[in-house]
Design a protein around this ligand. Structure first.
Ligand code: NAP
Length: 320
C-alpha cells in the first residue's frame, strides 16, 4: 500500500486537465482483468501524465469496480506513482440486481461502505476527493455531513465534492457541512450546453422550442462565488464532433482546429478552458494517442469570437 501526499488548498495543485478512468479495466461484465487491460490502462495513464494531468477521476461503478482495480494494479507496479497524482472517486449509484431496481443511495452507511470498497480496489489508504455521484432524492445533508466527518476523522477521505448537482443542491448540502464542497462534476461540452444556455437564453422567445433545464440556473455562478472547482464530464462530446461532415457544428470545430493546427478534440477542450469559471475538462478517451493530442488544448487560447462561433454553431440557432 502506498501513501498519498495531502492536497493543498482545495484543488489548486492539480492542473487544468483531469483524466477520467471510466474507459479502463476491460469490459463492464464479470470477466477478470487481463494483462492486455493492464497494458491499455498503463498506456492511457502514461499519456495523461505526459500532458500534465495530475488528477485521476474514478467512480466505484466504472467497469463494475474494475477501473479502480486496474488502477490499483498500476499503483502497485509503480511505487512512485501515488505521490505524483491525486485520486478522486464517486459513490452513490447502485445498479439494479435481482432484488432491486437501479437507484441512488447517499445514506451514511452506503457512503462509508462505498469508500471502504474504493480504498480496497485502488489499494490506497486515503482518497483525495470523494464526489457524491448524483443527487439522491432521499438524501439528507446532516446524514451526509456525519458520514463525511467520520471518513475525514478516520483519514480515509481528504475532501468532499458533488457531481450532477445544481446550485440549490450545493447550497443545501453546504448548510450541514463543516468544510467547503471542493468540486462539482457536470456534463458540459459543445454537445451539452444546458448550464451555459440557462444563463444566456432565459428570455429567448424561441426557448419553448429548445427547452433548457431551468434547474441549472446559477450553478456556474455559485461554483465561482464559493470556490467550487467545476469539472466537465463528456468533455470530448463522446466523439460526436469527430467527423467534420457530420454536422454544421462539427465543420466549425474542424475549421477552428485547422486554424490552430490542432485536433477537433483539443478545440472542444479549449472551448471549456476559455470559460472564466476555470472549468477542468475530464478526458474520457481510453486511447493513448488521442489522450496525448488533448494536451494541445492548454496551449490554445480561443478568441471571444471563436468561442461564440463554436457556441452558436453547437446551439444550432442564433442567440436572442
Ligand atoms: N459524473 C458523472 O456522472 C460522469 C458520467 C460519465 C463520465 N464521467 C467521467 O468523465 C469522463 C469522460 O466522460 P465520457 O467518457 O462520457 O466522455 P468523453 O471524454 O467526451 O468521451 C470519451 C469517449 O469518446 C470517444 N472519442 C473521443 N474522441 C473521439 C474521436 N475523435 N473519435 C472517436 N471517438 C472518440 C472515446 O473513444 P476512445 O476511448 O476510443 O478514444 C470514448 O469512448 C469519464 O471517464 C468519467 O471519468 C462522469
Amino acid at each position: 500500500m502506498t501513501r498519498a501526499l495531502p492536497l493543498t488548498a482545495h484543488l489548486t495543485d492539480v492542473g487544468p486537465l483531469v483524466y477520467g478512468c471510466m474507459a479502463l479495466g476491460g469490459d463492464w461484465g464479470g470477466s477478470p482483468i487481463s494483462e492486455a487491460d493492464i497494458a491499455q490502462a498503463h498506456a492511457a495513464v502514461e499519456a495523461a501524465l505526459d500532458i500534465g494531468v495530475r488528477l485521476f477521476d474514478h467512480a466505484d461503478i466504472y467497469r463494475r469496480g474494475k477501473a479502480e482495480a486496474v488502477f490499483g494494479e498500476l499503483l502497485r507496479r509503480d511505487a512512485g506513482l501515488r505521490s505524483r497524482i491525486r485520486l478522486q472517486s464517486k459513490c452513490g449509484i447502485r445498479f439494479a440486481d435481482d432484488a432491486n431496481v437501479g437507484r441512488y443511495d447517499l445514506s451514511a452507511a452506503y457512503i462509508e461502505h462505498s469508500v471502504d470498497g474504493i480504498l480496497k480496489r485502488l489499494d490506497i489508504e486515503r482518497l483525495d476527493i470523494l464526489l457524491l455521484h448524483r443527487p439522491d432524492a432521499l438524501m439528507e445533508p446532516a446524514e451526509i455531513a456525519h458520514a463525511f466527518g467520520r471518513l475525514k476523522a478516520a483519514g480515509k477521505v481528504g475532501h468532499l465534492g458533488v457531481s450532477n448537482m445544481h446550485a440549490g443542491q450545493m447550497r443545501w448540502l453546504q448548510t450541514a457541512l463543516a468544510e467547503p464542497l471542493v468540486a462539482n462534476q457536470l456534463e458540459l461540452s459543445l454537445a451539452k450546453l444546458d448550464a451555459i444556455d440557462v444563463g444566456t437564453t432565459f428570455n429567448d422567445p424561441q426557448a419553448a422550442s429548445r427547452p433548457v433545464a431551468a434547474a441549472w440556473a446559477g450553478t456556474l455562478e455559485y461554483a465561482q462565488q464559493h470556490g467550487v472547482q467545476l469539472q466537465a464530464w463528456g468533455s470530448l462530446a463522446q466523439g460526436r464532433f469527430n467527423d467534420p461532415a457530420a454536422s454544421a457544428a462539427a465543420k466549425v470545430v474542424h475549421e477552428i482546429a485547422e486554424a490552430h493546427r490542432t485536433t477537433a478534440n483539443a478545440v472542444l477542450l479549449a472551448w471549456l478552458l476559455r470559460h472564466p469559471a476555470g472549468i477542468q475538462p475530464v478526458i474520457g478517451s481510453g486511447n493513448a494517442e488521442r489522450i496525448r493530442a488533448c494536451g494541445d488544448a492548454t496551449r490554445i487560447l480561443l478568441s471571444r469570437e471563436d468561442w461564440y462561433r463554436l457556441y452558436v454553431a453547437a446551439r444550432g440557432q442564433a442567440l436572442p
